[in-house]
Write a protein of this length. Structure first.
Length: 187
């Protein structure tokens, strides 16, 4: 097997903390991911409704230092985070938010807002983010994590040991609801 020439670099995805300066890129990534990767699971009006609050950037996570981006070739190709606050899902536009802190002795940390660029789907980006988030939650003292999975995300989370029981419906616009599956795992 021939070695790569010294001048040729292999682009390995890197994880870093998201910053407020990333917001516009993240909004575009989230919309592109939701619109393209969820077509088998949701109708267009469900996705568009979800983009008005259920899906989106949560700047509280950025301020807390618990939201991450994956970069490949200098481009953000995925995002996701975890939280030690009570809000389970939703971006800044979602009105039902609770910034109260969780108690790691009794509460589960929240896995939040995972989205991957469609051109990089199924290449380990979600797993990379999930491992980072679980590790950080453990360091903060949590022994359990929970999340509100989209139907599209169930395959990733199930493969990583999460389980869920019954789907729930969340109204995203008048007369339009989206299905989620609450899932959890011990870490």
């Amino acid at each position: 097997m021939d070695a790569l020439p010294v001048t040729e670099k292999i682009d390995v995805p890197t994880v870093r903390n998201a910053t407020l300066a990333d917001r516009d890129v993240l909004r575009a990534l989230i919309a592109r991911s939701a619109r393209e990767l969820s077509t088998a699971d949701y109708r267009p009006e469900q996705v568009e409704g979800a983009l008005q609050g259920a899906f989106g950037v949560d700047t509280q996570l950025i301020h807390d230092g618990t939201y991450f981006v994956v970069e490949g070739g200098g481009v953000i190709v995925g995002c996701g985070g975890w939280s030690y606050r009570k809000t389970l899902f939703g971006g800044d536009k979602r009105p039902e938010r609770d910034a109260a802190e969780l108690d790691p002795r009794t509460d589960a940390a929240k896995i939040r807002a995972f989205f991957v660029d469609p051109t990089h789907a199924r290449k380990g980006i979600g797993t990379l983010l999930l491992e980072k988030c679980e590790s950080q939650a453990r360091l903060r003292g949590f022994s359990r994590v929970e999340l509100m999975s989209t139907l599209t995300g169930i395959r990733l989370y199930s493969a990583r040991g999460y389980s869920g029981a019954q789907q729930v419906r969340y109204e995203v616009s008048p007369g339009v609801a989206i299905e989620f599956l609450p899932m959890s795992k011990s870490i």
